[in-house]
Design a protein around this ligand. Structure first.
Ligand code: VGL
Ligand code: ZN
Length: 210
């Protein structure tokens, strides 16, 4: 068993309709993360949700580049960017949280990806790896020292969040069965190797008392 301490935070990444089956950037079985998240969330001192929240003209959308297909890449000022199908556009149904996600236990919602010129996978920093979302300061001020991660997608927003949390000095745990991956050209295997190299602990939600 693994018991989150009172100084723990569960960061629930992007459990939004567009990342669930039927959504604009659907992750296979993305909605399977909801039941484990709902069961374990009350065990954490703080619960933070992230919400991918893009303007329609966001430059991570393939449609906003001339003759570019979704899932190809472009070079942006801050590095290589995957071009995605338009997703999680501000105010649309697809940007909403999945209706079965238990929202009542959430202390804070962090919206990310709002600047049209830069993507934001991580809950902590935009993709320049420098511009903070404010979540790190919020957790620090509340005395949090453990960050536990769940949500979508394992190999993008969840992995980048976990790596940044480790960089910020939090003790980091990935709850593997409470995540699902996009797995683009081996991205899941690379992400898991990066997480382990960064000292992120990986366990199952069944290891956590509800
Ligand atoms: C995500 C791609 C684009 C994610 C968000 O939540 O993992 N992936 N925007
Ligand atoms: Zn996005």
């Amino acid at each position: 068993m693994a018991q989150p301490s009172p100084r723990s935070a569960l960061v629930v990444v992007d459990v939004q309709l567009d990342f669930c089956p039927g959504g604009a950037l659907a992750v296979a079985s993305g909605d399977a993360v909801i039941a484990p998240i709902n069961r374990i969330a009350p065990a954490f001192g703080t619960v933070a949700l992230t919400q991918d929240w893009h303007p329609a003209e966001h430059l991570s959308f393939a449609a906003n580049h001339a003759e570019r297909e979704p899932f190809s890449t472009v070079d942006m000022a801050y590095g290589t960017q995957v071009l995605w199908p338009a997703h999680c556009v501000q105010g649309t149904a697809g940007a909403g949280f999945h209706p079965e996600l238990a929202l009542d236990v959430a202390d804070v919602v962090i919206r990310k990806g709002t600047d049209p010129a830069i993507d934001s996978y991580s809950a902590f920093f935009e993709n320049d790896r420098r511009t903070p979302t404010g979540l790190g300061g919020y957790l620090r001020e509340r005395g949090v020292d453990e960050v536990w991660l769940a949500g979508l997608a394992t190999d993008f927003c969840v992995a980048w969040s976990a790596l940044d949390a480790a960089k910020l000095g939090f003790d980091v745990t990935l709850i593997e069965d409470a995540t699902r991956a996009i797995d683009l050209d081996g991205s899941l295997g690379r992400a898991m190797a990066d997480l382990r190299a960064a000292g992120v602990r990986v366990l199952a939600s069944t290891d956590i008392p509800g």
